[in-house]
Structures are given as structure tokens and as C-alpha cells.
Design a protein around this ligand. Structure first.
Ligand SMILES: [Fe+2]
Ligand SMILES: [Fe+2]
Length: 247
């Protein structure tokens, strides 16, 4: 294994091939990995329970029920994979608080379309960094779950595309986008996060929370342009990050 001492400002570039090799890594590395694994384990589960499973009933056609069932199965599957990794590492994930995104139970089909299109997009951006993680079990999970997350975003877009064929649905779509977007931004965590610095220092992620949020805004902006939707409001609290939709 490569250098274990990573002075402040330097990035660890070795690799940790499996859970057994974690024991040779410093405590800070193990803690950082545990944080990432724990948050995925709880959030994949809560997402499946709060949004995907109820959406099977809301889906208006058998074909869409089938596709939502598939997405639900995959989200539970993601949870199982991350929970299995957590357990192999001896990491407790059940007491972790899920994201605020899940505080609002799903009520409408429109909300589900928006959630899949912009919520799972936030997950994709996180996975892009994990695909290059120095902890290989995380890298493998990211590579495995990425195509499914892409399918979820595609499903969300398909739902929106169908809904927007009827102009009467546009206000509901824009309203759901406006309401859910702040939780998407919050998904990336604080710009002043000490954890984020540790993730980068240990090569677990490449981008800062702020950089990922910026990329997220860019892609949500692209989505809005593609479907002729009014971009949602960027909350005041992100003003210092200079976030804006390209005009
Ligand atoms: Fe997932
Ligand atoms: Fe997903």
C-alpha cells in the first residue's frame, strides 16, 4: 500500500482494495469511509420507502407501474449493497438521520417525476466522484449503481415529458421543482464542511461540496432549458457560493 501519511494539503493516491485492508489505514480514513457508507445505506433505504414504493400506486399506467417497480427494487437493492458493506466494516448505519429531502412524503405523480429527474441527478453527481475513490469497495458500488441511477433520472424525465404534453400540467411541474430543488442543493452539504476536506484529502471524493453543488445547478439548468421550464429559485443561503443558472 502507498503512503499512509498524508500531510495537510496533500492528497492520498494509494488504494485500499478491500475491507480487510482498512485496518492498515489511519483512523481518519476509516471514519471518512464510514460516513460515506452510512449515509448511502440510510438514504437509499429512506428514499425507496418514502418516494419509490408509494409511487407504484400513483403511476397512471401499467407500463409506468412496471418501471417504477423496477426503480423501487433497484433503490432497495442499493440500500442492501451499502448496508452489507457497512456491516462488513462493523459500521452502524441505522441510527443515522436521513436527509431532509425525505421529510416530505410523496403525494403526487408530478412530484415523483420531479424527484427522479432532479433528486437522483444529485446522487449521480456524488457517484461520479465515488467511481474514482481510493476505497475500492466504494468504487465498485458506485460503478454498479450508476447505470441504475441514470435509468431513474431517465424515468423522471420521461414522466415530465409526458406530463408537459398537456400545458395544464406545467404550473404543477414548476411548482414541484421550486419546492424540491432546495433539498437537492442541500444534498451536497455545507461549503464549509470539514468532512468534505477529509474526503478530498483521502482521495475518497475529488470535488468539494461547493463544486458538486455548482455542477448540480448547471445540470438542473440544462434540464429546465430542455423542457422549457422556469428554473427554480436559488435560496439566499447559497448566495456566497455565487450559484446561478446560465441565461
Ligand atoms: Fe439509489
Ligand atoms: Fe435512484
Amino acid at each position: 500500500m502507498a503512503e499512509l501519511h498524508t500531510p495537510e494539503g496533500e492528497v492520498f493516491t494509494g488504494n485500499v482494495p478491500d475491507v480487510a485492508a482498512l485496518s492498515e489505514m489511519p483512523e481518519e480514513y476509516r471514519q471518512a469511509v464510514a460516513k460515506i457508507v452510512r449515509s448511502h445505506a440510510i438514504n437509499e433505504l429512506t428514499g425507496a420507502e418514502t418516494f419509490d414504493e408509494p409511487a407504484i400506486r400513483l403511476a397512471p399506467t401499467p407500463r409506468l407501474k412496471w418501471l417504477v417497480s423496477r426503480a423501487t427494487m433497484e433503490e432497495y437493492g442499493h440500500h442492501v449493497l451499502f448496508a452489507r458493506l457497512a456491516e462488513a466494516m462493523g459500521v452502524e448505519w441505522k441510527s443515522k438521520k436521513p436527509l431532509t429531502l425525505f421529510d416530505y412524503p410523496l403525494k403526487t405523480w408530478v412530484e415523483y417525476g420531479v424527484l427522479k429527474a432532479i433528486g437522483d441527478l444529485a446522487e449521480i453527481i456524488q457517484l461520479e466522484d465515488l467511481e474514482n475513490s481510493t476505497f475500492y469497495p466504494l468504487r465498485r458500488l458506485a460503478v454498479k449503481t450508476m447505470p441504475e441511477e441514470r435509468f431513474h433520472v431517465g424515468l423522471g424525465e420521461e414522466i415530465l415529458r409526458e406530463l408537459l404534453k398537456d400545458p395544464a400540467n406545467r404550473p404543477a411541474v414548476e411548482e414541484a421543482l421550486e419546492r424540491m430543488f432546495p433539498a437537492g442543493l442541500a444534498f451536497f452539504g455545507s461549503a464549509h464542511s470539514e468532512n468534505s476536506r477529509k474526503f478530498i484529502r483521502w482521495g475518497l471524493k475529488r470535488r468539494s461540496n461547493e463544486a458538486m453543488r455548482k455542477e448540480y445547478v448547471r445540470r438542473v439548468g440544462e434540464l429546465c432549458r430542455k423542457y422549457g421550464l422556469k428554473p427554480p429559485t436559488i435560496p439566499e443561503q447559497y448566495q456566497e457560493e455565487g450559484l446561478a443558472f446560465a441565461s
